[in-house]
Design a protein around this ligand. Structure first.
Ligand code: ADP
Ligand code: MG
Length: 332
């Protein structure tokens, strides 16, 4: 039983359509965010994420980085829906009140919230093992949120930014020998920043509303996360592994290892989305406007599941189950 089975069998309550309408529920459990009707024009889009010490972050993490990470990984779900961030609420469980920890945490929190236009409007503080939960709220014009369910056969598949950097950053922190890599200072700093202070693609998400037929943010790796779009949309997604966007920092990494990190490394928080081939020019123009790479990495076809192409049979076999490869801080 994985986390998704557990949610499906215990927490995906079935409600009468009339009740859902009465309560203003547009989209419930199962996507990056839930959606409710906010006004005649707008819909409220919201999502919650929890970070547990030792599971989702290294215990000695800089508290300022931790706050950035919490905000980025949570607001990233709003990005995936194309929503505009409004508010954040924060549940803090702390082992003790340590001013030297709280002050930098609060600084990081304020800066990260400012960066994404989130106002902190509530929360809860308790004593216990260090755990952080944030709920973010945003809005989209009625009916315009991008869900996981809209991909159609023939659509192109895209990814923003570059992949695998966060995993490289994690490896650099976990393994001092750095896999014998000769990384420059710039490459090292880039990878560490991608892991410690990931960027949620809020601007890209909103800009993609007119074009994307489906989207999600990559938290578990492209290969695994693509399955969620494939399933929700009832299509097969073909990912061309040779087209996955690689940053300058990953250049010194062995090709197969880099590919495994790009396909299976989590926490890049880039957007994976589909769009009709009619929008190719518009999406390329958008990439230039945003100054953000947006790379076509595959397509949607008849069928189900995810097919990896563009690499050898042997390597593809390694992705049959799309389980996480190597160390992960984010497994249930
Ligand atoms: P993401 O990786 O995008 O943050 P999750 O895997 O955490 O998404 O959650 C998948 C879906 O299941 C979301 O719609 C989320 O709201 C829902 N969900 C997760 N845990 C619970 C729970 N305990 N009760 C109800 N819904 C849940
Ligand atoms: Mg998500």
């Amino acid at each position: 039983v994985d986390e998704f089975d557990l949610i499906r069998s215990h927490f995906t309550h079935t409600y009468d359509a009339k009740l859902l309408q009465q309560k203003g529920v547009v989209l419930g459990v199962g996507d990056d965010c839930a959606i409710t009707q906010l006004s005649a024009q707008d819909q409220l889009v919201f999502s919650m994420d929890t970070l547990v010490a030792g599971t989702h972050f290294l215990p000695d993490i800089d508290p300022e980085d931790l706050a950035w990470r919490l905000v980025a990984c949570t607001v990233s779900d709003l990005a995936a829906m194309g929503a505009e961030p409004l508010w954040i609420t924060l549940a803090l469980t702390l082992p003790k009140i340590d001013p030297t920890w709280i002050a930098p945490f609060a600084t990081g929190l304020k800066c990260a919230c400012d960066q994404y236009g989130l106002l902190l409007i509530g929360g809860d503080t308790t004593k216990g093992p260090l755990t952080l939960t944030a709920q973010v709220h945003g809005k989209t014009p009625k009916g315009q949120a991008i869900t996981r369910a809209g991909a159609r056969v023939g659509d192109d598949l895209y990814v923003t930014g570059t992949l695998g950097d966060s995993r490289l950053g994690l490896e650099l922190l976990l393994k001092p020998d750095q896999h014998g890599l000769a990384l420059s200072k710039a490459q090292t700093e880039f990878a560490l920043a991608r892991f410690l202070r990931p960027t949620a693609r809020i601007e890209a998400g909103q800009a993609l509303r007119p074009f994307a037929s489906s989207a999600l943010d990559i938290s578990d790796g492209v290969a695994g996360d693509a399955k969620h779009i494939a399933k929700a949309s009832g299509v097969k997604l073909i990912v061309d592994a040779a087209r996955l966007p690689k940053s300058h920092a990953l250049k010194p990494v062995d090709e197969a290892l880099a590919r495994s990190w790009m396909l299976g490394g989590g926490e890049d928080f880039e957007l994976l989305f589909t769009a009709s081939p009619n929008h190719r020019d518009a999406i390329q123009a958008l990439s230039a406007t945003l100054d953000l790479p947006i790379t076509r990495v595959g397509s949607a076809d008849v069928g189900q599941g995810v097919q990896i192409s563009g690499i050898g049979e042997l390597e593809i076999a390694g992705y049959q189950h799309f389980s996480t490869h190597g160390p992960s801080l984010d497994q249930l």
